[in-house]
Design a protein around this ligand. Structure first.
Ligand code: PLP
Length: 396
C-alpha cells in the first residue's frame, strides 16, 4: 500500500512507541492527535493525477489518515510488515482466514478458539469447500502428525477462550516449518505488549480491537497484521472483500492504544490479585489463570509471555441453575455481558462442554469468566464473596 513516510522509532521500547507511533502533529498544525477524517470521495485535480495512482489516499474505503495512524501503531507494536483494519474482531479473523485458504484446503483450528471463529469456519468456510479440523490446544510439536497434504493454515489462540490453555506456538511453528502453511494467532488477550506471535513463528496476528485496544466498551474494531510472506495475500483479500473500519472507531482505537500500557499493567495486577484470592475461596474448585503457578501451562506462559491480561476463569463446585442464578443475578459491581476489555468488571457463566469437539471438557461445575476492571479491588472481592455465599447457600 502507498503510505506517507513513517518516522522511525527504532531503538525505543514498546511503551514509547505506543505513545509516539502513528501520529504526525506537523501535518495538522501541531495538534497532537490525528483528527477523524470522515469521507468517501477523494478529489483529483487533473486527469494526470487521477490516472497516476500512487497517492496515499484515493477512496474512503481504502484508507485515510485516521485509519493509517492505527495501522502504523499496530504494525510497530507487532513488528509486522503491515496492518489492515476491520469493523470487528470477527471480521478481522474471517478476512485473515480468507487470505490464506482456497477451496480444497484444510485448516487446523485450536479446539479452544473463540466460539464465533469456530462458527465462521464450520458455517462459511465449509460452504466453500474448506475443511476445518480441531486440535488439542496443548498439542505443541504433535501438530506435525495432523498435517495433511492439503493443510494450508493453522490457527492459534493463546490463552484459549474460556479455558485459558497456553499454546506452544514456537513448537507448532517449528514442527511445520517450510511446508507452506500459514500460522495465525489471535492475540487479543495479551496484546503485543505482552506477547509477540510474529517473533514466535506466526505469520498473521489478529486482534479483537473491540477489547483491549478500544478499552472502554464503546466501539467495535479489529486489526490484522502480517509478516512479509503473508502480507501481499492479506492486503489483496482485505481490499477485494471491501473490509474497512469506520474513521470514528479508528480514532477511538488510536486513543485507546495510547493508554494501553498503563491499562494493561493495572488489569494484570488486579486480575492476578482476584485470581489468587479466588483460589482460596470455598466452593471454587479451580482457577484458570496462566500466571498462577498451579496452571498446567505456566512454564510455557513464563517462557513466551511478558505479562498477563485482564481475563481469567474459575470453576465452581457443581450446582443447579438456580444456584448460579442466585449468584450472578444479584452481583452489585460485576456486570454480566459478552465482550471484555473495558474499565468495568464483568462476570460471565460459560459452558465450554457444549463447544469443544477435539478434547471433551469434563469439568461439571459452572465455568465463570471474569474480566477485571478498575474498581477498588476490595469492593470487587466483596462482591464476589457475597455472590459465592449466595451460591453456596443455594446448594443447601
Ligand atoms: C471478542 C473476541 C473476538 C471477536 O471480536 P469482536 O470485535 O467481538 O468481533 C475474537 N477473539 C477473541 C479472543 C475475542 O475475545
Amino acid at each position: 500500500m502507498n503510505k506517507p513516510p513513517e518516522k522511525s522509532h527504532d531503538g525505543h521500547g514498546l511503551e514509547t512507541r505506543l505513545t509516539h507511533a502513528g501520529r504526525w502533529p506537523e501535518d495538522q498544525h501541531g495538534f497532537v492527535n490525528t483528527p477523524v477524517t470522515r469521507g468517501s470521495t477523494v478529489l483529483f485535480p487533473t486527469l494526470a493525477d487521477l490516472q497516476a495512482g500512487g497517492q496515499p489516499y484515493r477512496y474512503g474505503r481504502t484508507g485515510n489518515p485516521t485509519t493509517h495512524g492505527v495501522e502504523t501503531i499496530v504494525s510497530d507494536l507487532e513488528g509486522a510488515a503491515g496492518t489492515v483494519l476491520a469493523p470487528s474482531g470477527l471480521s478481522a479473523i474471517s478476512t485473515a482466514l480468507w487470505s490464506c485458504l482456497n477451496t480444497g484446503d484444510e485448516l487446523l483450528m485450536t479446539d479452544s478458539v473463540y466460539q464465533p471463529t469456530r462458527k465462521f469456519c464450520d458455517g462459511v468456510l465449509a460452504r466453500f469447500g474448506i475443511t476445518t479440523r480441531y486440535y488439542d490446544p496443548r498439542i505443541g510439536a504433535g501438530i506435525a502428525d495432523l498435517v495433511a497434504p492439503n493443510t494450508r493454515a493453522i490457527f492459534t489462540e493463546s490463552p484459549g477462550s474460556l479455558t485459558f490453555e497456553i499454546q506452544d506456538l514456537p513448537a507448532i511453528a517449528d514442527a511445520v516449518k517450510d511446508r507452506g502453511i500459514t500460522i495465525l494467532a489471535d492475540n487479543s488477550w495479551a496484546t503485543p505488549l505482552y506477547y509477540r506471535p510474529l517473533e514466535l513463528g506466526a505469520d498473521v496476528v489478529v486482534h479483537a480491537g473491540t477489547k483491549m485496544f478500544i478499552g472502554h466498551s464503546d466501539a467495535m474494531f479489529g486489526t490484522i497484521s502480517a509478516n512479509e510472506a503473508a502480507w501481499p495475500a492479506l492486503v489483496e483479500t482485505h481490499r477485494l472483500t471491501g473490509t474497512c473500519a469506520s474513521p470514528d472507531d479508528a480514532f477511538l482505537a488510536a486513543r485507546g492504544l495510547r493508554t494501553l500500557g498503563v491499562r494493561m499493567k493495572e488489569h494484570q495486577q488486579r486480575a492476578l490479585l482476584l485470581a489468587e484470592w479466588l483460589e482460596k475461596q470455598e466452593g471454587v474448585t479451580r482457577v484458570m489463570h496462566p500466571a498462577l503457578p498451579a496452571h498446567p501451562d505456566h512454564d510455557i506462559f513464563m517462557r513466551d509471555f511478558s505479562g498477563a491480561g485482564s481475563l481469567f476463569a474459575f470453576i465452581l463446585a457443581p450446582g443447579p441453575r438456580e444456584a448460579l442464578a442466585a449468584m450472578v443475578d444479584d452481583m452489585e459491581l460485576f456486570g454480566m455481558g459478552f465482550s471484555w476489555g473495558g474499565y468495568e468488571s464483568l462476570i460471565l457463566p460459560t459452558e465450554p462442554g457444549r463447544i469443544r469437539t477435539a478434547v471433551p471438557w469434563t469439568e461439571t461445575g459452572p465455568v465463570m469468566r471474569v474480566h477485571t476492571g478498575f474498581e477498588d479491588i476490595d469492593d470487587l472481592k466483596a462482591d464476589l464473596a457475597a455472590g459465592l455465599e449466595r451460591y453456596r447457600a443455594a446448594l443447601g
